[in-house]
Design a protein around this ligand. Structure first.
Ligand code: GLC
Ligand code: GLC
Length: 649
């Protein structure tokens, strides 16, 4: 026998050959009833099992019971395949033919909390006409699974992935809602909170009760020995809630790994049982009609002593394995990573074989940075160096979301522009807390770290963009500037390339809501200031162009209509141009050789003039203005009103 590199694809084929007859026997009744499903399943297995096997082998081959787990995983897949409803099977087939559907310029995302936006799932269903009016094709409902009654991190503490939080509705209503949305061309997006469960999840309860098999699903330690060793290298994520990453549980007197809140217990993916059970939860939800999973906090899912336990190679293998199993059992699914980490690391989660979609936290943060500084340098550099990703993947571009804003740019990138990262973050925090002279923003600090003075920023788009301050302390001119800032931010999110995502409420200029301070389970988490209940009266004013809501909404609608009418805005290709002004960003979009569109954004409250030379360099001559208020003059110069966003083509 030759010892050396094992040929995994041969081993994969061998393993499948041995496992398939066992699976066939176990599922004999289902196969007899639904031979077509079995046929499709085996066809997809022959295509994708080698990849799944390779990943699973790298993760778990060292376990003595590896083959038990592998067979168990195949059973999860088979169960899901037989349970898959007919409409979703049809969607699978359709998306296999048309895998780049999400690159369309008609794509538009929206995100909201079920309770805050519409009370419950039935309420959300009743809002479908509104989602259509807005043009949404992607609806992310914030966590809606059963959760603890008190603190639950806005639902990110999941007590059961198979039950809807009762006040919101039930699983049958969720499946029904997904169908109703699908009929209208809207894909349902839900979180899969993969890093942790709540301490009330059945697995956690059984672990607390001392059942070894469930204890093994979490990071549970009898004393501080191991936690202390880990903590040498760990970053504190919610430092004002608990120091370090572990929480002491009285009963049974042990330490449990809690990266986030102390009631959010980290799952231990080194245990193949955890992988398989979470695969089962994913596939179950896929069969309820979820089309895109937002994979929460992916950076933290693998731990290794002596490392920071963030962004480890195995975290990627796990996500790739999830990707491979969706190809087998629910190929219409897309995965979206939520990795709010260093930009180099964010990029590593994005690939057709891992997460096809990713938040773009860098561009989000730098849009706000540019608003504060009126200097495009950092944003322009990021778009040049860090925006291009695999053509079969897409950024999800956003202005605000339910979380805080962290200033995640790379310090070396900043240094190359003469900017000191730490000082600049302090400036941005001061600016967005409204503490910097001349600041228009009204934000709040989030998770201020008493040791480092570091913090992140909470606040709604409108309040951070100056609307709250302008209304309270200033006048119509400042109000107008704030309205334009909101429009500019969203214009860019809509047109830079990728899928734009609207944090619902922003489209009508929702301001900060300080009432969370009266709620004992929320008062210590400033993110609630921008998690605002939708006000029907404000929404009713959206068609009135005299109202503030109507002004903000009208601007956004114009940009959405423009995006949807211009296939040049599909995909994610972007060419950064040089405007000659530090306040003006210029870039060109052209998808697959169609007409080039030139985007021009003035980040300053003063008019900017682009020289004739720069305008010529950017090929503006002879082009027509299609959007915005920029003026080409006879002498070849281009003038841009305050905060103008124009498109020429
Ligand atoms: C994600 C969510 C955030 C939550 C955290 C822990 O980052 O976006 O809201 O607090 O995960 O689940
Ligand atoms: C940290 C995490 C990120 C999460 C955020 C919640 O920044 O890295 O995943 O969204 O906390 O505030």
């Amino acid at each position: 026998m030759i010892h050396g590199e094992i040929n995994l694809s041969v081993e994969a084929a061998n393993s499948l050959e041995k496992l398939l007859p066992r699976l066939k026997a176990a599922f004999a009744d289902q196969i007899a009833a639904d031979p077509q499903a079995w046929l499709v399943f085996t066809q997809r297995l022959s295509l994708h099992f080698p990849r799944l096997f390779g990943l699973y082998h790298r993760l778990y081959a060292a376990h003595y019971d590896f083959f038990y787990h592998l067979e168990d995983l195949l059973s999860e897949l088979a169960r899901a395949v037989f349970a898959r409803p007919a409409d979703l099977r049809a969607l699978d087939a359709n998306r296999e033919e048309n895998p780049l559907w999400f690159q369309s310029n008609t794509m538009l995302g929206g995100v909201c909390y079920v309770d805050l936006f519409a009370g419950n799932l039935e309420g959300i269903r009743a809002k479908i006409p509104y989602f259509k009016e807005l043009g949404l094709t992607y609806l992310h409902l914030m966590p809606l699974f059963s959760m603890p009654a008190g603190e639950n991190d806005g639902g990110y503490a999941v007590s059961s992935f198979r039950e809807v939080h009762p006040p919101l509705g039930d699983m049958a209503q969720l499946a029904e809602l997904s169908r109703a949305l699908r009929v209208e061309g809207i894909s349902l997006v839900l979180d899969l909170v993969i890093n942790h469960t709540s301490d009330e999840h059945a697995w956690a309860r059984r672990a607390k009760a001392g059942e070894a098999r469930y204890e093994a699903m979490y990071g549970i330690y009898p004393d501080r020995t191991i936690p202390d060793l880990y903590e040498v290298n760990l970053r504190e994520i919610f430092p004002d809630e608990h120091p370090g990453a572990f929480t002491w549980i009285e009963d049974p007197g042990k330490w449990v790994w809690t990266t986030f809140h102390s009631y959010q217990w980290d799952l231990d993916y080194a245990n193949p049982d955890v992988f398989n059970r979470m695969a089962g939860e994913l596939l179950f939800l896929a069969n309820q009609g979820v089309e895109i999973f937002r994979l929460d906090a992916v950076a933290f899912i693998w731990k290794e002593l002596g490392t920071t336990c963030e962004n480890l190679p195995e975290a990627h293998l796990i996500l790739q394995a999830f990707n491979a199993l969706t190809r087998i059992a629910a190929p219409c699914i897309l995965l979206k990573s939520e990795a709010i980490v260093h930009p180099d690391e964010v990029a590593r989660y994005i690939s057709p074989e891992e997460c096809q979609l990713s938040y773009n936290p860098l561009v989000m943060a730098l849009l706000w940075n540019t608003m504060a500084t009126r200097n495009i340098d950092l944003l322009q550099q990021a778009l040049r160096r860090r925006f291009a990703i695999h053509p079969h993947t897409a950024w999800v571009n956003y202005v605000r979301c339910h979380d805080d804003i962290g200033w995640t740019f790379d310090d070396a990138d900043a240094a190359s522009l003469g900017v000191n990262g730490n000082d600049h973050r302090q400036f941005l925090n001061a600016f967005y807390r409204g503490r910097f002279p001349g600041s228009f923003a009204r934000g709040l600090p989030f998770q201020e770290n008493p040791k480092t003075g570091d913090c992140r920023i909470s606040g709604t788009c409108a309040s951070l963009a100056g609307l709250e301050k302008a209304l309270a302390e200033e006048g119509p001119n400042e109000v107008e500037l704030a309205v334009r800032r909101i429009a500019l931010l969203y214009d860019l999110a809509l047109m830079l390339g990728g899928i734009p995502l609207i944090y619902l409420g922003d489209e009508i200029g929702t301001l900060n809501d300080y009432s969370y301070l009266d709620n004992p389970t929320r008062k210590d988490d400033s993110r609630w200031v921008h998690r605002v209940a939708a006000d029907p009266a404000s929404y009713a004013r959206r068609h009135d162009p005299q109202s503030l809501e109507g002004r903000v909404y009208g601007n956004l609608r114009a940009a959405i209509n423009f995006r949807k009418a211009h296939p040049e805005l599909a995909g994610g290709e972007l060419e950064v141009l040089e405007s000659g002004s530090r306040a003006v960003l210029m870039a060109a979009r052209a998808s697959q050789g169609s007409r080039r569109l030139v985007l021009i954004a003035n980040f300053c409250e003063q008019e900017q003039v682009i020289s004739a030379w720069s305008a010529r360099q950017c090929n503006l001559s002879g082009k027509e203005r299609l959007f915005g208020k920029g003026q080409m003059h006879d002498n070849g110069t281009l003038s841009l009103p305050p905060y103008d966003f124009s498109v020429f083509g």
